[in-house]
Design a protein around this ligand. Structure first.
Ligand code: ATP
Length: 395
């Protein structure tokens, strides 16, 4: 029998509840898809507050080694203790495992309340660069020695005279590299080719930040031509494919993109973008198709193959332990994970069960409340009932 082990970090707050729901659904989906020929087991690991109390660190080397050994992990939300100088575990995982791709599929499921008229037109996969940009954490607070030194250096050695209030400015540095941009864009294009998607759009603010965001765009176009043989036709760029239409390579300025996803979402498919843009875009897109409790995600290093799938929402302490949390974010992340490890049949079973259940109006409280506001009919289920309903639809 073929067997695969996955590291599971349950997480804080609602983490236990959603993880328990997810493991039940995955176990049943694997059984239903492979009838005992394939197995999947979860190895529990601790991180976050629990780990801090037991081992003095929110992320231990043992957990990192475990993830490196098994390559694939899935996790619930983790709380970052405030005011103790402790870094977020999410950030640490990304940095220590060099998980440079943040992949967020954004897909509409019929029945889910949406603020737009045609949410079924939203079907995108966002590839957000995860290691660079203004999010790299290179910052000095206003008035600090560091900020003063950098401002002095910029004025004296670099001839910068554009800092409007130098005495009271905080400073942040935005590194965007050719290497970092190209590896992210390559992951997006490879995905688009493998999944037979229609187009890849580079989203950037290169009109203002010419060398960082503009660099991202230029490196993307360069990579498309040099590595994938992209050609120009009628002022547009295409990567040749056989047996299907060529893959279009597009670009869009970030502010226009945020309008376009509401006005003409059907025009976009795979998105490659920088860290900060990606942060805004992922949340804006997920709001169009049901929001915080549903959106799945993964952080991946496509070179080493190490990937951490995750619930994209926070710990939601206000509803923890009440049995009302929506487990779909981590369940849909698990479906992504199953696809990633080659258990595609089990992933398909889960997604089709989710589709059926939502279409029939079975939802947890978060979606139910929105449905009530929209005068939409639904059936309110607890997390456990929702999980059982999903499992009974794994056919
Ligand atoms: P953190 O501080 O860890 O980011 P948070 O709860 O403040 O956690 P979010 O995840 O953004 O941050 O959640 C905001 C609110 O949305 C929660 O308080 C909760 O009421 C609701 N929420 C979040 N996730 C879910 C979910 N999976 N199911 C139902 N409600 C959710």
């Amino acid at each position: 029998m073929e067997s695969r082990e996955i590291v599971l970090i349950e997480g804080d707050g609602v983490g236990k509840e959603i993880s328990s729901s997810m493991t039940k659904v995955v176990d049943e989906a694997v059984k239903a898809a492979y009838k005992g020929k394939r197995r999947l087991s979860f190895i529990k690991a601790e991180a976050g507050v629990v780990s801090l109390e037991k081992y003095g660190a929110t992320l231990t080397d043992d957990v990192l080694s475990l993830i490196k050994k098994h390559k694939v992990a899935i996790k619930g939300p983790l709380m970052t203790p405030v005011g103790r100088g402790i870094r977020s575990v999410n950030v640490e995982l990304r940095q220590k495992l060099d998980l440079f791709v943040c992949q967020r599929p954004v897909e509409y499921f019929e029945g889910v309340p949406s603020p737009i008229k045609r949410p079924e037109n939203v079907n995108m996969v966002v590839f957000r660069e995860n290691t660079e940009d203004i999010y790299a954490g290179i910052e000095w607070s206003a008035g600090s020695d560091g900020a003063k030194k950098v401002i002095e250096f910029l004025k004296r050695d670099m001839g910068v005279d554009k800092i409007r209030f130098p005495e009271t400015s905080a400073i942040g540095i935005k590194p965007v590299s050719e290497e970092g941009s190209k590896r992210l864009i390559k992951a997006a294009i490879d995905f688009a080719i493998k999944e037979h998607r229609r187009n890849v759009t580079f989203v950037h603010k290169g009109n203002i930040m010419k060398f960082t965001e503009g660099g991202f765009l230029n490196w993307g176009n360069e990579l498309s031509k040099e590595k994938y043989g992209a050609y120009e036709r009628d002022g547009r760029l295409y990567i040749p494919r056989t047996g299907e239409s060529d893959l279009e390579i597009k670009s869009c300025i970030a502010d226009a993109f945020l309008q376009n996803i509401i006005l003409k979402s059907e025009e976009y498919d795979v998105i490659a973008t920088l860290n900060l843009n990606g942060d805004y875009i992922s949340d804006a897109l997920s709001a169009l198709v049901g929001g915080i409790g549903i959106a799945p995600g993964a952080n991946i290093n496509t070179s080493t193959g190490v990937a951490v799938f995750e619930a994209t929402h926070g710990t939601a302490p206000d509803i923890a332990g009440k049995g009302i949390v929506n487990p779909l974010s981590i369940i849909l992340s698990a479906a992504m994970m199953l696809d990633y490890i080659g258990y595609g049949e089990a992933a398909t079973l889960i997604k089709s069960a989710v589709r059926t259940v939502l279409k029939n109006g079975f939802v947890t409280k978060d979606l139910y409340d929105t449905m009530l506001k929209n005068s939409q009919k639904g059936v309110l289920l607890s997390t456990e009932e929702f999980t059982e309903t999903l499992i009974s639809n794994l056919v």
